[in-house]
Design a protein around this ligand. Structure first.
Ligand SMILES: [Zn+2]
Length: 297
């Protein structure tokens, strides 16, 4: 599965400096990259939106003509057999960059869990309405899988699967992504809702909860630093398990390869193999198109 970043405009292909080969793409360019990936047998893309403007209600996240909604419609029209997964979160759309509604008047970064759920559910429903095949909540609020499931069922999308970011650690490996998605929090950090990397038991509890709430695929993130968690999730739950090989995993390989210090292809393939060996069924990687090309030859 290939993550892609979509932004407003036309003919825009803005490189993400810390992630060589990754771009913020306007819808027309996004279609080209998705087509190239699909032609090489990458079956799915994961879409992140960069809205024209941010506010304190993340209104761009659930606007019927929001950037992700537009991208989904265009991709469905041009590449009907490409599986479209949409990231459901509010951070890219929030003025302050947090994944939920922040306690008014405070600069602590304390996110209000329950009021956030409604906005997330509304976002998921609007992605479904636009034609998404799977929605992927990445916010890590408690109870969000249930909130999304109920809303989707109510709006006639009972068959639409949810891929939950079930075990998402507060990881330093997300650094380059925040440049790509323009989603760095302006104050505080995400430790009140993402998980402590030292706590494996909590990760398993989170996965169990998401499954109970109706998740169809559970995700572990990051990947290489969490192979033990992937393995435990797969063996303990036997559930469709995805893992997200995050931005720094990609950037580190790219940077070392650019210096001539490692064999990019071999290290990339070995990393992905390790994720599969640990038990992941679905691999999400920025290298998806390159890997598909390597594997084809
Ligand atoms: Zn977020």
């Amino acid at each position: 599965m290939l993550p892609l970043f979509v932004c407003p405009g036309r003919k825009i292909r803005r490189p993400v400096e810390a992630m060589p080969g990754v771009f913020q793409l306007s819808v027309d360019e996004l279609v080209k990259d998705a087509e190239r990936a699909f032609d090489l047998s990458v079956p799915a893309v994961l879409l992140f939106g960069i809205p024209a403007k941010k506010d304190f209600h993340a209104s761009g996240a659930y606007a019927p003509d929001g950037i992700v909604q537009k991208a989904v419609r265009a991709l469905k029209k041009e590449i009907p057999n490409l599986l479209l997964i949409t990231d459901v979160c509010l951070c890219e759309y929030m003025e302050h960059g947090h994944c939920g509604i922040v306690e008014p008047g405070k600069k602590t970064g304390r996110v209000l869990n329950d009021p956030t759920l409604k906005l997330l559910a509304q976002t998921a429903a609007s992605h479904a309405e636009a034609g998404a095949d799977i929605v992927a909540p990445s916010d890590m609020m408690d109870g969000r899988v249930r909130a999304l499931r109920e809303r989707l069922d109510r709006e006639g999308f009972a068959d639409l699967p949810i891929m939950s970011y079930a075990a998402k650690f507060a990881s330093a490996y997300y650094g380059p992504f925040r440049e790509a998605a323009e989603s760095a929090p302006k104050f505080g950090d995400r430790r009140s809702y993402q998980m402590d990397p030292a706590n494996a038991t909590e990760a398993l509890r989170e996965v169990a909860l998401d499954i109970q709430e109706g998740a169809d695929i559970v995700m572990v993130k990051p990947a290489v630093a969490c192979l033990d968690i992937i393995h435990r999730v797969k063996t303990e739950f036997g559930y469709p398990t995805a893992t997200y090989s995050v931005s720094a995993e990609y950037s580190m390989i790219k940077a070392a390869a650019a210096k001539g210090w490692i064999d990019e292809r071999a290290v990339t393939l070995e990393s992905l193999l390790a994720m599969r060996r640990a038990g992941a069924d679905v691999l999400i990687t920025y290298a998806a198109t390159e890997v598909a090309r390597w594997l084809k030859v």
